[in-house]
Design a protein. Structure first.
Ligand code: KIV
Ligand code: ZN
Length: 524
């Protein structure tokens, strides 16, 4: 009998999850996933369906050897051959589970199995007993359980327990049930099956109506103590209950669901990324818990609330699921409070209200035009508000030729106008961009740190317009230059020169202030 407050997490990402069309995983990938799942604290890992293919057999066998804490499990139909194969794959593990199943709904028994309810009943006795002779950890599932006649289900569950099953799993195979109905099913089993206290009841909910997590939680609130689920909710058709969602729901609403799982929730994000990378199934941006936007706030009202007190719009911390921090995404809905906060985080702590107001106006105009506002965009527009007083630029690009390719070091030939003087230089470099930046340094000697060089394609195709952003730093002051051109190298030169021109203006603006500061300190 399970500890009443402990809910066991049974993961089937590598069995039911792999049944998603296109989600197949290699042996090495499955081993990598298993190690992370073991660390995550999953209680039982269903590693595959050993009879399905030699690859599945090999994976279940290999996984059963690498797990340190999680119990490996394999799936088997009601067939001695299936059960034997499952046993052969798992037998090296100190503890393992055989999960055997058969359909019990009238529809499945008649059309899929071509068996009478009595024949299915007999099969339960024969196959659960057979599996139990190979291991004392046997799980039995009544496939299409939620469309099974309740009296018949009670009879079959009683028999499966009598035959040796320690876990009874009730699958909502086609994702058809709703929380109130699933609650009733679990309650009826607990009330009517005489030997139910000898087994743990388990949920296995599919997501065809988007109710897999809600149904699983209803199941445990009604008395089930194991949830079968998958990372990112992958699985047949619309998938299974998402592990990260059930676990975080239990943790966050522990006032209503006073249970515990063994999951180290800070590894949820890592597990989600790994499964997504391995399967190639992207995680939708707004996916609960692990979606890119799950902890991102853009609306001005929300950002303002978050800055005053995180609890206003955050029911769990990003750190609790392994995400570094909440992101206040700057976009057209962001307000002044978040904008000011962003400026402070970018090093602009002492701007006057006028400058902030001016920059905020420009930011709103930009946000209407541009989907993604990068930190560089904000730095650029603040710099514009701060220092661009229509003063002519010190440096201008006159011409650029770049020699790139294999064999020789890349070379740039450049002509610049520096303070009205036209100068040329040639430099080689570690790549064409390095050669270009060296030419600029040669023609206008300076000493700044290059903090960022980034190329964004603004349009698609090989003729795409590229926007290059360059951020440089000198004595704690930062400037960003941006330039666009169909030639990425020309855009790179112009972006660097733009950042340098701004730095020159910034130097000129701050120099008198520094002198004043010094004079103030000398008491003049
Ligand atoms: O959905 C289902 O019914 C299953 C069983 C094999 C447990 O995956
Ligand atoms: Zn399933």
């Amino acid at each position: 009998m399970a500890n009443k407050d402990r809910v066991f997490i049974f993961d089937t990402t590598m069995r039911d999850g792999e049944q998603s069309p296109g989600a197949s995983m290699s042996l090495e990938e499955k081993i990598q996933i298993s190690r992370v799942f073991d660390e995550l604290g999953i209680d039982i890992i269903e590693a595959g369906f050993p009879i399905a293919s030699p690859g599945d057999f090999e994976a279940v066998s290999a996984i059963s050897k690498v797990l340190k804490k999680s119990i490996p499990c394999g799936l088997a139909r009601h067939s001695k051959k299936d059960i034997d194969r499952c046993y052969e794959a798992l037998k090296h593990a100190p503890r393992f589970r055989i999960h055997t199943f058969i359909s019990t709904s009238p529809l499945h028994m008649k059309h899929k199995l071509n068996k009478t309810p009595d024949q299915v009943y007999e099969s339960i006795k024969e196959h659960v007993t057979y599996a139990r002779n190979l291991t004392d950890d046997v799980e039995w599932s009544c496939e299409d359980g939620t469309r099974t006649d309740m009296d018949y289900m009670c009879k079959t569950v009683e028999l499966a327990i009598k035959s040796g099953a320690k876990t009874i799993n009730i699958p909502d195979t086609v994702g058809y049930t709703v929380p109130s109905e699933f609650t009733k099913i679990i309650e009826t089993l607990l009330n009517k099956v005489p030997n139910i206290d000898k087994a743990i009841l388990s949920t296995h909910c599919h997501n065809d109506l988007g109710l897999a997590v809600a149904n699983s939680l209803a199941g445990i609130q009604a008395g089930a103590r194991q949830i079968e689920c998958t990372i990112n909710g992958i699985g047949e058709r619309a998938g299974n209950a998402a592990l990260e969602e059930v676990v975080m729901a239990i943790r966050t609403r522990n006032d209503l669901m006073p249970y515990e799982t063994g999951i180290n929730t800070t590894l949820l994000s890592k597990a989600s990324k790994l499964v997504s990378n391995v399967t190639g199934f992207p995680v939708q941006y707004n996916k609960a818990i692990v979606g890119k936007n799950a902890f991102a706030h853009e609306s001005g009202i929300h950002q303002d609330g978050m800055l005053k007190n995180r609890n206003t719009y955050e029911i769990m911390t990003p750190e609790s699921v392994g995400v570094k921090q909440t992101s206040l995404v700057m976009g057209k809905h962001s307000g002044r409070h978040a904008f000011k906060d962003k400026l402070i985080s970018l090093g602009y702590a002492d701007l006057t209200d006028d400058v902030i107001e001016n920059a905020f106006g420009k930011f709103k105009v930009l946000a209407d035009k541009k989907k993604h506002i990068y930190d560089e965009d904000i730095i650029a527009l603040v710099d514009d508000s701060l220092i661009l007083d229509n003063k002519a630029n010190t440096i201008a690009l006159k011409s650029l030729k770049v020699f790139a390719g294999t064999g020789e070091p890349q070379r740039a030939e450049m002509t610049l106008d520096v303070n009205g003087q036209v100068k040329s230089a040639t430099e080689t470099g570690d790549g064409p961009v390095d050669a270009i930046f060296k030419c600029i340094k040669n023609l206008y000697p300076h000493d700044v740190n290059l903090q960022l060089y980034q190329v964004h394609a603004v349009t698609e195709g090989t003729d795409a317009q590229a926007t290059v952003s360059v951020r440089i730093e000198e004595n704690g002051k930062t400037t960003v230059g941006q330039a666009a051109d169909t030639d990425t190298l020309v855009a790179s030169a112009n972006a660097y020169i733009a950042a340098l021109n701004k730095m020159i203006l910034k130097r000129e603006k701050t120099a008198p202030a520094m002198e004043q500061d010094k004079e103030r300190m000398r008491g003049i």
